[in-house]
Design a protein around this ligand. Structure first.
Ligand code: ATP
Ligand code: MG
Length: 139
């Protein structure tokens, strides 16, 4: 079932460099409504659980260390066709390949420190949003 919602994180590098406001501005200008929002620091255990789907990938340990290296901002976003439209707004995983006008083109530093996360399906958007926010925080 399409929920018209997606989930994002502003990653540690972008938070560290004071880009929370700039990125949220691009998200709102892109037509997304912020449903839920919080700044949190993940423990390595929690970062590992969030990225469990990637645990066989060679970059998994680095990714877990990076994502727990400093605070992140988690948010649930709402828009028609949210998952696909948000992937378009953030741009390619590798900022060297990210299109002009995308969040990663503007703010990402490397393929790992790539400023933002975006869910890749409606199902994962729901799972990832629920990972951070209880039902009474999703409005
Ligand atoms: P995200 O899931 O964070 O939105 P994505 O869907 O574009 O990113 P994935 O393939 O799901 O990319 O990878 C998850 C994250 O793992 C990437 O955003 C990046 O931070 C990191 N990553 C991916 N590929 C590499 C790589 N080759 N080397 C280092 N880190 C990587
Ligand atoms: Mg992904």
């Amino acid at each position: 079932m399409a929920t018209n919602r997606t989930f994002t994180m502003i990653k540690p590098d972008a938070v560290q460099e004071n880009h929370i406001g700039g990125i949220l501005h691009m998200i709102e200008e892109g037509g997304f409504r912020i449903v839920s929002l919080k700044k949190v620091r993940l423990t390595p255990e929690r970062a590992g659980k969030f990225y469990e789907v990637h645990k066989e990938r060679p970059f998994y340990n680095d990714l877990v260390n990076y994502m727990s290296s400093g605070p992140i901002v988690a948010a649930i976003l709402e828009k028609e066709n949210a998952v696909a439209d948000f992937r378009t707004l953030i741009g390619a995983t590798n900022p060297a390949q990210a299109a002009e006008g995308t969040i990663r083109k503007k703010y990402a530093k490397s393929i790992e420190a790539n400023a933002v996360h975006g869910s890749d399906s409606d199902e994962n958007a729901q799972i990832e949003g629920d990972f951070y926010f209880s039902a009474d925080e999703q409005f």
